[in-house]
Design a protein around this ligand. Structure first.
Ligand code: BES
Ligand code: MN
Ligand code: MN
Length: 455
């Protein structure tokens, strides 16, 4: 039986298994969900076993477990390490979902659920592709699986695991489906990721919440102060004003920028999709450049004072914000975190004290389009989709990619099947049934071509 036939015959079951996976609310950032995370690890271990994997182990880390499994068929064949993450972003706010985030529902050819695209749908398709290869006796490479449960909250346990398990994780390439494509008509291969520095800022004014009538006008309001500090982080050209922030940014050559400009992109569709009158960003760069090869800074949340029902006349003691930057080669997140903290202290007026607490960071990455893995991936998409994929740099971050390069010297191949319209991290996240099944079809082709090209 061919792989295509096998996929067709098992389509319904493949989908139902994904829905079962999506029903477990494996949110990693909120400790309340821990039992669900652990249940998800068990679920995966069982599915890997059924699919024909060996040496299955739920590996403990300082935080959430990593699920490992492999199938080594011939030491002379190349070894592919499949990475994915089984944790998801919080689904809040729940009331913005058309159907509940952990009750997968199919509408217009897509399954709606938190994690449908990021990354449960995209990682589960690897287990089904593996099953299809085993059942049709067409496995062309050795496979190792490594699925983590805390990608969405910084991958701390992963660094520890990779450090300790270098031997077990040895492979020729890391294969990851945790990114997107331009469209179903024009697949793309992600060859770049941005890094990140993330801080939380606490601004304290008076030592207690005050009556805004008795004290207002005479004591600085920390929410106002924080807002003013935030507006000082970018200038009128949307350049980040933090001193030395851009020092290590690798600029693209004119040729590289010309190449990027060929990526199909419609400002009109982009705006319409987001209900925006206009886009905005660093002067002198295109929308695609702003969201991929340029660093940026965003306020992720801001709070303080009274936000309950009705009106409370209060001059609050504290104000808070969560601020992240996206970084590009060769910026270093530890260094940028320090620059941000220093600058916030520097611009803080006498009226307040400022505390900056770093969260997780991530390292940017760029991978080659000249490698055997890239050629194999390109051929796989071309065969499955009938169109040659284009390389693109993405604005998102995946901590494992630079980590593997640094710790194991191994390169990653990012074969994403998601779309921007999947709305990852947003309410109503979805994943196309077409994309899921097409992914299951494309991945075995990658193994086949990767083995052939490695000979
Ligand atoms: N899968 C995403 C990253 C992604 C999505 C990269 C689409 C490229 C295209 C990943 O799960 C993610 O959300 N990463 C976080 C970083 C992490 C350190 C919290 C991100 O980019 O915000
Ligand atoms: Mn992801
Ligand atoms: Mn994510």
């Amino acid at each position: 039986m061919t792989i295509s036939n096998y996929i067709q015959e098992n389509e319904t079951r493949f989908l139902n298994e994904l829905y079962d996976f999506l029903r477990i609310p494996s949110v990693s950032t909120d400790p309340k969900f821990e039992p669900h995370i652990l249940k998800t690890a068990d679920f995966l271990a069982a599915k890997l076993q059924k699919a024909g994997a060996e040496n299955i182990e739920i590996c403990q880390t300082p935080r959430y477990p990593i699920v490992y499994a492999d199938k080594i068929i011939d030491p002379n064949l190349p070894t592919v390490l499949v990475y994915g993450h089984y944790d998801v972003q919080p689904a809040d706010p729940y009331d913005l979902w058309t159907t509940p985030p952990f009750e997968p529902t199919v509408r217009n050819g897509k399954v709606y659920a938190r994690g449908a695209s990021d990354d449960k749908g995209q990682m589960y398709l690897h287990i089904k592709a593996f099953e299809a290869m085993v059942q049709t006796d067409s496995l062309a490479c050795n496979i190792k699986f490594m699925f983590e449960g805390e990608e969405e909250s910084g991958s701390d346990g992963l660094a520890w695991f990779v450090e300790k398990e270098q031997e077990r994780l040895k492979s020729d390439i890391i294969l990851i489906s945790d990114t997107g494509m331009i469209s179903n008509e024009l697949p793309s291969i992600t060859v770049g990721l941005r890094g990140m520095s993330y801080v939380e800022v606490e601004v304290t004014g008076p030592n207690r919440d005050l009556h805004s009538g008795l004290y207002g006008g005479a004591v600085a309001n920390p929410i106002q102060v924080l807002a003013e500090m935030i507006t000082k982080l970018k200038d009128e050209n949307n350049r980040i004003t933090i001193p030395n922030f851009y020092d290590k940014v690798a600029e693209l050559s004119a040729e590289e920028r010309a190449e990027m400009a060929k990526i199909p992109h419609s400002e009109e569709i982009y705006r319409a999709d987001l209900d925006l009158k206009t886009t905005d960003g660093e002067k002198g760069y295109s929308t695609i450049e702003r969201a991929s090869i340029r660093p940026t800074l965003d306020v992720n949340g801001i709070w303080g004072g009274y936000i309950g029902e009705g009106a409370k006349t209060v001059l609050p003691s504290k104000a808070y914000a969560k601020i992240s930057t996206r970084l590009v080669p060769n910026q270093q997140h530890e260094e940028i975190t320090q620059l941000i903290a220093n600058y916030l202290q520097e611009i803080a007026p006498q009226t307040v004290t400022v505390k900056v607490t770093p969260h997780h960071g991530a390292v940017p990455a760029v991978v080659s389009t000249k490698s055997i893995a890239y050629q194999a991936a390109s051929k796989a998409y071309e065969t499955a989709f009938g169109v040659k994929p284009v390389p693109v740099r993405s604005g998102g971050s995946i901590p494992i990619v630079p980590m593997f390069k640094e710790k194991l010297g191994a390169d990653s191949m990012m074969m994403g099947f998601g779309l921007d319209s999947d709305a990852i991290h947003s309410p109503d996240e979805s994943f196309g049934i077409f994309n899921y099944l097409k992914g299951i079809e494309t991945i075995p082709l990658f193994y086949q071509y990767f083995a052939e090209l490695n000979q």
